[in-house]
Write a protein that binds this ligand. Structure first.
Ligand code: 13P
Length: 232
């Protein structure tokens, strides 16, 4: 369903509130951006708690991050360069979400990728989740670090930092973050129980080949083998 501009602003704030309620962000952590039909963007402002955010606080910016419309004194997220690189790399990306979900971020901090193919839903939707190299927040180090991974991944861990997901819309990007964090929790539990048992190669292949049937969009590190996809 196509949302009106005010509804889209509400939806972004709703997802900000969910991120805070889920404990994925503390203080001013996290940011969201959405691409609009005319090629401009809505983004969360820098330095604002995602628990208190309201629609009028979102900033409207162009692709260079220049403010087109914002409340006096509000500037786009300091991580906007990272967001913009996702849109530059991928024509299919309509929303970008960054948060610090604690279990997935534990893996990012320990520099351990979530690359075991052990849980059906994650194999289907995300495949492996790599840790992208360290980058100083707000600098071009971060977009440069993530860019090589965006061709095959809709969810990545940012080393010593947090997680990033992309989607055609903000709900899809949000769901990918939920899937990532839940898989991180399950992986950690499995390791406490002695280690995850990976799915057989044959069954992994079957799952990945079912993506289209389930209507799953986006990229997957194993998908192009089956469909010639992983392109826009
Ligand atoms: P902003 O408040 O500038 O969006 O930064 C929050 C954050 O999480 C930085 O990584």
């Amino acid at each position: 369903m196509e949302l009106s501009y005010p509804e889209l602003r509400e939806q972004i704030c709703d997802i900000c509130h969910k991120m805070w309620q889920l404990g994925w962000v503390a203080a001013n952590d996290g940011n969201i951006s959405v691409k609009l039909e005319d090629g401009t963007f809505l983004a969360t402002p820098t330095g604002i708690s995602k628990s208190f955010i309201t629609p009028e606080k979102l900033v409207h910016i162009d692709k260079e991050g220049k403010v087109l419309e914002a409340i006096e004194g509000y500037r786009p997220s300091s991580e906007i360069k990272m967001h913009m690189r996702c849109y530059e790399e991928r024509e299919d990306v309509g929303a970008v979400l960054h948060a610090h979900p604690p279990v997935a971020t534990g893996y990012a901090v320990a520099n351990i990728p979530l690359d075991e193919y052990s849980m059906i839903e994650t194999v289907l939707t995300l495949g492996s989740i790599p840790v992208t190299p360290y980058g100083t927040p707000s600098t071009y180090e971060v977009p440069d670090a993530i860019a090589p991974y965006l061709g095959e991944h809709d969810a990545v861990l940012l080393q010593n930092h947090g997680a990033l997901t992309v989607g055609a819309d903000v709900v899809t990007a949000y769901y990918r973050m939920e899937t990532l964090e839940l898989f991180a929790k399950i992986s950690l539990n499995a390791h406490l129980l002695g280690g995850a048992k990976e799915i057989s190669r044959e069954n992994i292949d079957r799952l990945i080949s079912m993506r289209q049937g389930y209507g799953i969009t986006g990229r997957h590190p194993g998908y192009k083998k089956y469909s010639g996809e992983n392109k826009d």
